[in-house]
Design a protein around this ligand. Structure first.
Ligand SMILES: [Zn+2]
Length: 241
């Protein structure tokens, strides 16, 4: 094998490590979104429970206000009864007070129902709060772990990058230029072996004469179809073998 091929393969390995680390770092952002959306569900559940509690409280207060208004009416009718000399009006005012008392009784029944609902909803609210606390604690832990992984990955990436620079420095300038050009266009599978007489990158059959040249390893060879750097080693399967 041509000695630059060896160096290029090392360089390609470095580039693959860099690409993997970069991909993993990019994936962390996705994980953060997932973690945040999980706790957002608990948050909206808790908010809904709080809203319902407020509504129940408002209903209870409204009923109390209505009761007070009816009591006020009773006091007014009682005062008017004291002032009247008319017997019929006196009786009518008495009936109005009775009607108010019936209304109050109905309002109080409704209030008891609301109070019962407030009681049972308190358990729902408590459960929602517990779930939110748990989700938030889990979020803090998960985000902490993601941050830690990111720190480690970035440290590795830095290491890979300096190793890459070292490896690149060993490759002959022309070959490196060609490699970098291919790297930008085709990713990290550009120094490829030939298998069954075909390019390991694009899988196109190579001309017989080309394979013979590649086999000698006297220079760097390129796939005539895709331009990848192709090489041959003894353990490769050849069409002619
Ligand atoms: Zn090819």
């Amino acid at each position: 094998m041509h000695e630059d091929i060896e160096k290029l393969r090392v360089l390609q390995e470095r580039d693959r490590s860099i690409a993997r680390a970069e991909q993993e770092i990019a994936g962390l952002e996705h994980e953060r979104v997932e973690v945040n959306s999980r706790s957002a569900d608990a948050e909206s559940g808790h908010e809904a429970a709080q809203l319902k509690a407020k509504e129940l409280e408002a209903r209870k207060n409204a009923l109390e206000v209505e009761v007070q208004a009816e009591q006020e009416k009773i006091r007014t009718y009682a005062r008017q009864q004291m002032d009247t000399k008319d017997n019929e009006q006196y009786k009518a005012l008495g009936r109005q007070q009775e009607t108010c008392k019936e209304t109050i009784s109905d309002l109080e029944t409704s209030e008891i129902e609301v109070l019962e609902e407030i009681d049972s909803h308190a358990e729902v609210s408590q459960a929602a709060k517990a779930e939110l606390d748990e989700a938030n604690a889990a979020k803090v832990k998960a985000l902490g772990e993601i941050d830690e992984r990111e720190t480690n990955l970035k440290a590795k990436l830095e290491e890979f990058t300096s190793q890459r620079a070292e490896s690149a420095g060993k490759v002959e300038a022309g070959a490196l230029k060609q490699y970098d050009r291919l790297r930008a266009r085709k990713g990290t599978n550009i120094v490829v072996g030939i298998t069954h007489g075909a390019c390991g990158g694009c899988h196109m059959k190579l001309p017989e004469a080309e394979v013979i040249v590649i086999k000698t390893g006297s220079k760097i060879n390129y796939c005539p179809n895709c331009g990848r750097i192709v090489y041959y080693t003894r353990d490769m399967v050849m069409e002619s073998d």
